[in-house]
Design a protein around this ligand. Structure first.
Ligand code: GLN
Length: 479
């Protein structure tokens, strides 16, 4: 048995039964990271000493029958935009190359209280702006399925860390696809929860009306037990409603018989899509039909506006959020004769090209005279995209789409043409704009053996349903 290949659920079971200690599990994962990270570049920082300490503490809780949760003693990583007290947190930016947060993000607090073992922080596109981790100041993460290809992004380090067995669970963020697209590229499961379901306190902001904190893991079953720990209201994040946290694992085994799943025609156009993605999606539809699901043709007519809306709203909000990185409040202290010179030097040195590009777009679109034409207009059309989903969910329980029009692309192809990269987000941006939940689940491979993912979209706060559908598909495909 290779310990690192087990799912979180399997590992947790073996730990509880005393078949494996947390220390044994942790050492196996450390060994794997040491052997493979040089080639994959999934980790920005490793915290092995801390991990060993945390594992030993979990082992003594296990001996005393005092386990804190099903995650107790389990090996985790966190995306490097999630603040960890005393552990460097860079957002993969030179702006924060020496930044050691003075406090923990709420999501990390909760995981710590549940007993997880932290192995380190994972690579991302700088400040999460990107879809390939190529905008990271620390170099891009390679796809474990093909080293010449990207792992996706922005949570590419997290997705590769799961696919390469560096950890059993990891936390990512998704503002416009950053969990679902890398999960699809790496052949793993990733859930973007509904806006507000998980506290963002202590996670670095990109676009505050879109950002959400979610999970990447080997299976939907694993995502469910992690979500159980991290979901819920947090008084430090006013966007988290005081809504009941259901039992996310309860419906996993339930059959999908009689369920109605929508197939939106806008997401199944042959033009611009890999033919292998289409054919694997068609097989998934057949599997669902055999399970008793009724597939319903639907239309989400405003889908084509999602990318333009996203690339106005996100840069606008980013330009405001990133103002704090000025070399005084945050960022490198570089001497200058005037305040302007200090700002200019710090921001020129600290930010990479893509982040600068977004700040420029956002600042321009928010400036007097343009605000109404761009930001306000984008927010209005955003409502139409949201209404498309509301109308669809009156007819169907959930919606099935490809997670991405293609498989993982070759490294270096990306940001030479930023516009092409932006268009990549076509299938993932609509759910972010609308605040609903979405899960990406592996459904097969193309002819070159590269993973393909399906996206299941559900109404806001229906994570239980998304997890159930993903779990049923995963189980059926595995058998
Ligand atoms: N690819 C998108 C972008 O570049 C999504 C990023 C994200 O979700 N953080 O903005």
């Amino acid at each position: 048995m290779n310990i690192t290949e087990l799912s979180l659920t399997e590992l947790s079971q073996k730990f509880k039964e005393g078949k494996l200690t947390s220390r044994e599990i942790t050492e196996a994962f450390i060994k794997n990271i040491e052997a493979q990270n040089d080639k994959l570049n999934a980790m920005v920082t490793t915290t092995f000493d801390l991990a060993r300490e945390m594992a030993d503490a979990a082992d003594s809780r296990c001996e005393n029958d005092k386990l804190l949760s099903p995650l107790d003693g389990m090996p985790f990583t966190l995306k490097d935009n999630i603040c960890t007290k005393g552990i460097r947190t860079t957002a993969s930016s030179r702006m924060l190359e020496d930044f050691v947060p003075p406090y923990d993000a709420e999501v990390w607090q909760k995981l710590k209280a549940a007993g997880v073992v932290l192995l380190g922080k994972t690579n991302l596109d700088e400040f999460t702006m990107g879809g390939s981790t190529e905008t990271s100041a620390w170099g891009y993460t390679r796809n474990p399925h093909d080293l010449s290809r990207v792992a996706g992004g922005s949570s590419g380090g997290s997705a590769a860390a799961i696919a390469a067995n560096f950890c059993a669970g990891t936390i990512g963020t998704d503002t416009g696809g950053s969990i679902r697209q890398p999960a699809a590229f790496c052949g793993i499961t990733g859930i973007k929860v509904s806006y507000g379901r998980v506290s963002r306190y202590g996670c670095m902001s990109f676009a505050s009306s879109l950002d959400s904190v979610g999970i990447l893991a080997k299976t939907a079953e694993d995502c469910a037990i992690i979500l159980q720990v991290i979901a819920g209201h947090d008084e430090k994040d006013s966007t988290t409603p005081d809504k009941e946290v259901p039992n996310y694992s309860a419906n996993l085994p339930k059959s999908l018989n009689g369920m109605r799943i929508g197939i939106p025609k806008e997401y199944f156009k042959e033009e611009g899509m890999d033919s292998d993605v289409l054919s694997v999606m068609n097989s998934t539809k057949e599997i669902l039909k055999k399970m008793g699901v009724e597939l319903v043709d639907i239309s989400l007519p405003h889908t084509k506006y999602a990318v333009p809306i996203y690339y106005i709203v996100a840069p606008c909000e980013a330009s405001a959020n990133l103002a704090r990185f000025d070399g005084i409040r945050f960022g490198p202290k570089i001497d200058g004769k005037t305040l302007d010179e200090i700002y200019t030097k710090a921001r020129s040195y600290g930010f990479g090209d893509e982040v600068k590009r977004r700040i420029l777009i956002g600042t321009y679109a928010l400036s007097a005279g343009y605000y109404n034409a761009f930001y306000r207009k984008a927010q209005k059309v955003r409502t139409l995209v949201k209404q498309d989903f509301e109308n669809a969910f009156e007819e169907v329980d959930a919606i099935l789409t490809p997670a991405d029009p293609s498989v993982a692309f070759k490294a270096g192809d990306g940001y030479s043409n930023p516009l092409k990269m932006y268009l990549e987000d076509i299938f993932v941006a609509p759910a972010s704009i609308s605040g609903i939940c979405g899960i990406s689940t592996p459904i097969g491979k193309n002819k070159e053996n590269l993973p393909i993912g399906a996206q299941i979209l559900c109404p806001a706060f229906k994570e239980t349903l998304a997890l159930q559908i993903a779990n049923q598909i995963e189980k059926e495909i595995k058998d």
